[in-house]
Design a protein around this ligand. Structure first.
Ligand code: UD1
Length: 358
């Protein structure tokens, strides 16, 4: 009699999920006892925000695409739940794996747990302690209903303990480090982004802005982009949300004249652009850590970070959103020397799969 395989649904929804799902799917496929199924909720759908990551990171085509796209939070979360429940009822998986902190993370975890399907959360225990961020609410709720909690750092394990979560908590390292180590040499070989944008290594700044608490606030966007316009040698791959609000606030034309605004770029180009930048200025979560991996000093335009380890030795600085303060921090020298590794050994996906086999 053939033994039934363990059916695992992995959920991917938005840009920051794809690099976390890639090494997991690859690792599951190496083990015959698993039948991994990939589901794309379709929260991000453009080639620039989704397709290019599947191509470059060689992620196989999802078995299902739920076609959710953008919407208000309740709408996006609710639609994801409705569609994901149908898939769970049809596929009857043994386990659902969700990653990160996007709306689909909490939506799919909630559906699975109510159907008494086990849930694993990859990147558990991260906290910004700011409940104004939708991502913080998604993280807290997902952690409290998950059966397996795969934490990227010691700090994340401590956060869970403080919230009374002790069972099945594993510090497996950061899955984004797996992807980074696997692809940085390839980026060096393949990326032509510096030539395309006529950039000299360490002679430009890289910036990204997309968090709702920044983009949706006219004053904050003015302060940020007025500072950027003073600097000039900034390249900014622009998230669709940021572009939409720059247009709405009538800032886009001015900004376009002063700094190099480009469309969102793929993973290889991004890590190569980051490695060669003088500094990175961002409000992204993942990029702060990738800056740390590439040893590029980072300025984070937020009041808090989910990755406090990156603040040690000033690899990363939290900077208040005021034009003058931002300018001063971009232009001031930031040359951290010592760097400790807080993010594991780049074998996180292996450790997760090993834990699930036992
Ligand atoms: C989401 C995540 C956030 C993550 C970010 C990365 C939540 C709550 N937030 O925010 O944690 O850091 O993704 O990008 O889940 N759009 C396109 N093309 C696309 C995708 C989106 O044009 O392929 C547009 C949408 O129509 C919308 C805007 O971009 O106007 C924002 O998309 P949305 O899904 O609301 O979330 P993000 O802001 O990207």
């Amino acid at each position: 009699m053939t033994k039934q395989k363990i059916k695992i649904i992995c959920v991917a929804a938005a840009r920051p999920n794809f690099m976390k799902i890639a090494p997991l799917m690859e690792e599951f496929k190496k083990h015959k006892q698993f039948n991994p199924i990939l589901i794309h909720t379709g929260q991000h759908y453009d080639y620039n925000m989704s397709g290019s990551f599947f191509k470059e990171l060689k992620i196989s085509k999802p078995k299902y695409n739920l076609g959710i796209k953008a919407g208000l939070h309740g709408e996006q979360t609710g639609k994801t739940m409705i569609e994901f429940e149908k898939i769970c009822l049809k596929e009857k998986p043994n386990l659902v794996i969700v990653v990160g902190d996007v709306n689909a993370t909490v939506a799919c975890a909630l559906v699975a747990t109510k159907l008494q399907i086990k849930v694993a959360h990859v990147e558990a225990g991260l906290r910004s302690f700011d409940k104004n961020m939708p991502e913080e609410i998604n993280r807290i709720l997902t952690d409290h209903i998950s059966d397996y909690l795969f934490c990227p750092t010691k700090t994340a394990v401590i956060h869970l303990k403080k919230e009374g979560i002790f069972k099945n908590v594993y510090n497996v390292g950061d899955i984004m480090y797996d992807v980074f180590l696997k692809n940085i040499k390839m980026a060096e070989r393949k990326s032509k982004i510096l030539t395309i944008l006529s950039l000299q290594p360490k002679k430009y700044y890289l910036a990204t802005i997309h968090r709702a608490e920044n983009t949706n606030d006219r004053n904050k966007m003015k302060e940020i982009f007025n500072a950027f316009c003073e600097i000039k040698n900034i390249v900014l791959p622009c998230h669709p949300r940021a572009e939409k609000y720059l247009r709405e606030y009538k800032l886009l034309d001015k900004v376009n004249k002063k700094i190099n605004i480009i469309k969102p770029i793929g993973y290889l180009d991004m890590i190569w652009l980051l490695k060669n930048a003088k500094k990175v200025i961002t409000d992204s979560g993942g990029l702060q850590k990738e800056a740390y991996f590439t040893k590029t000093p980072c300025i984070t335009l937020r009041d808090q970070t989910e990755w406090p380890e990156t603040l040690n030795n000033e690899w990363n600085k939290l900077v208040k959103i005021e034009e003058k303060i931002i300018l001063k921090n971009i232009l001031s020298s930031q040359t951290p020397k010592i760097q400790k590794n807080y993010f594991g050994n780049g074998k996180t996906s292996k450790q997760i799969v090993k834990t699930l086999i036992l």
